[in-house]
Design a protein around this ligand. Structure first.
Ligand code: SAH
Length: 221
């Protein structure tokens, strides 16, 4: 799967993307380094090879999207990842966000409801030697209770509300990043203090594909 090349043109475009993110206000060096290292075109159809380094969301399989690099960087920066943080991601999609979290030092548990995306992202990331990411094919609206609690939780699809199941699975001292809203979404951070108090903050408007209940098998498509 990773028999695709990462040539000088890809590397040059990637360097420009990192400069653009820096210019747009991303400061976290670990996040910028991760985006600078990761061949985003590996996560996309070969027809999008060079578009991969524009700061844009792009289509992936199952009518879903890989998030815009700025959005990935912004959400990861909000999470303030520490080495060995246990991070739950809901919405694996292409696997790109999971790979960025992993390169920042997190141990990642990622959940996807589309079987095709679950299979392909797992295969790709294992072939790229991402050994600290675990993949799950299921409905993420219930979180992933058997491995809870998590230091950090990131939801990469639009929710109508902050899901209680996810709050319950957040460790005391933990933080969740979740886009909430209908047509467009407000990026929220939700922090849980050591004594269980919840504090929400709003970080601007974004647009995501919807967070949907249930799973979709590859045979249905
Ligand atoms: N993080 C991804 C973004 C993918 S878009 C990336 O870096 O590419 C959001 C993803 O969330 C889609 O793949 C969609 O299928 C998935 N999703 C939506 N509802 C879900 C749910 N209830 N559980 C798990 N995944 C879900």
């Amino acid at each position: 799967m990773v028999n695709r090349e990462d040539n000088y043109r890809h590397k040059g475009l990637r360097k420009k993307l990192v400069e653009a993110l820096l210019h747009k206000g991303i400061k976290d060096k670990a996040v910028l380094d991760a985006i600078g290292k990761l061949p985003r075109h590996f996560f996309l159809d070969p027809s999008l090879d060079y578009q991969a380094y524009e700061d844009k969301a792009l289509p992936i399989k199952a009518d879903q999207t890989i998030s815009q690099p700025y959005t990935v960087a912004f959400m990861t920066e909000l999470l303030k990842i520490q080495k060995h943080d246990k991070v739950l991601e809901l919405g694996t999609g292409s696997g790109y966000q999971a790979a960025v979290l992993s390169l920042c030092g997190a141990n990642v548990y990622t959940v996807e409801r589309q079987e095709t995306l679950f299979r392909e992202s797992r295969k790709l990331l294992l072939s790229m030697n991402f050994n600290n990411i675990k993949f799950f094919y299921r409905d993420g609206t219930k979180g992933l209770p058997e491995f809870a609690p998590y230091d950090k939780i990131i939801v990469t699809a639009a929710c109508n509300e902050i899901l209680q199941a996810l709050l319950d699975q957040l460790a005391p001292g933990g933080m969740m990043v979740i886009p909430v809203g209908d047509d467009s979404q407000q990026m929220l951070t939700v922090e849980k203090s050591a004594d269980g108090k919840i504090e929400k903050k709003i970080h601007g408007d974004f647009r995501f594909v919807p967070f949907l209940p249930g799973t979709a098998s590859s045979r249905e498509r």
